[in-house]
Design a protein around this ligand. Structure first.
Ligand code: FDA
Length: 308
């Protein structure tokens, strides 16, 4: 299984295969299980349908690592449109943004100023922007930018970040973010990281995920616990129940198209659930990371493809 995971992560960076898949009808059809269409309108329709099931949404306009300033501004413009259209339709939908898509690898200052205007727009429309976490080379710069934007009066409280339980540093980061009142989405982590920075064994990642979840639940700030893992969810529920933490004090988050029954069951049990809804033509690396998490998805997709 670890070999398959590495293979899919390596494939996620393969440019010729990416070009081929993104332009093929077969690729678009297969990706539709995890990606809500290629355009803003499709994503908003999906958000509305998900909201109707009592589930909140966070919208991700797919794309990472832009290569020009103009591209970064175009990517941000899609998010500005999303914020306006979410407000106009009164959807329950945040936005999730990757700093490399806002130009982080071209210039951290560029990414910060573009993200600052998004955070201010989110604040002005009573919405919220979550900064996704990318690979570990970018952890520190991402946290620094989020901290500065959170401290800004025009975006304070409207920006949060993601912490990955597989990184050794995450406990210290969680402590600091809690002290600063910054909202965290905790996930296990989706990138291939060296053993020098991340726990190589799943059992250690899971243990750290539960430890960090308990710290977040104990804090006065509203956080998100992002996982499809039944064992993690059971541990969170029982910690909350034992410590008198109300279900309204936190939310579970899951990815669009994954464990839909579990999402609905949690809502029926009175928990808050938010689904991460990605859309757009740059779906290939996202899709490959989902296959890396669960290589059995290839069989699942193939079966559904030939059935339909
Ligand atoms: P784990 O991988 O152990 O899976 C537990 C079980 O869940 C599996 O046995 C399977 O049943 C099911 N499952 C998990 N993944 C599946 C899949 N792809 N298809 C079908 N079933 C699946 N990562 C990151 O590095 N930076 C980020 O910013 C984010 N953001 C983010 C937001 C949200 C809302 C979610 C849910 C996840 C992320 N992630 C992320 C991804 C995260 O790091 C992680 O890779 C996945 O959530 C898979 O980990 P699980 O906690 O689900 O457990």
């Amino acid at each position: 299984m670890p070999i398959l995971r590495s293979t899919f992560i390596a494939l996620s960076r393969n440019r010729p295969l990416r070009r081929f898949c993104e332009n093929s009808r077969l690729g678009v059809r297969l990706s539709s299980r995890f990606v809500a269409g290629m355009e803003i309108e499709g994503a908003l329709r999906t958000a509305q349908a998900v909201n109707q099931q009592g589930i909140a949404v966070t919208l991700d306009s797919l794309g990472e690592s832009v290569t020009s300033e103009a591209e970064a501004h175009r990517a941000a413009d899609i998010y500005h449109q999303l914020l306006d259209r979410v407000a106009a339709r009164k959807l329950n939908a945040h936005i999730s943004v990757k700093l490399t898509q806002m130009g982080l690898e071209l210039s951290p200052n560029l990414a910060e100023s573009i993200t600052q205007s998004l955070a201010q727009h989110a604040h002005a429309t009573d919405n919220f922007i979550r900064i996704d976490m990318e690979d570990s080379r970018l952890t520190q710069v991402t946290l620094d930018i989020v901290r500065r934007l959170h401290a800004h009066p025009e975006s304070r409280g409207s920006i949060g970040v993601v912490i990955q339980a597989y990184l050794y540093r995450s406990q210290a980061d969680v402590e600091q973010l809690i002290a600063e009142g910054i909202r965290v989405r905790l996930c296990k982590g989706a990138y291939k990281e060296p053993a020098g920075v991340a726990f190589p064994r799943k059992v250690d990642v899971d243990e750290n995920f539960i430890r960090l979840s308990c710290m977040l639940l104990d804090s006065p700030v509203y956080h998100a616990l992002a996982t499809h893992d039944d064992a993690m969810i059971a541990a969170i529920k029982s910690y909350a129940a034992e410590h008198g933490i109300a279900p309204s004090h936190f939310e579970f988050q899951m990815l669009y198209g994954i464990k839909r029954d579990l999402q609905r069951k949690l809502v029926q049990e009175g928990y808050k659930v938010r689904v991460y809804v990605p859309f757009g033509s740059d779906w290939y690396p996202y899709f490959m990371r989902r296959l890396a998490e669960r290589p059995a998805n290839v069989v699942f997709l193939a079966r559904n493809f030939f059935r339909s």
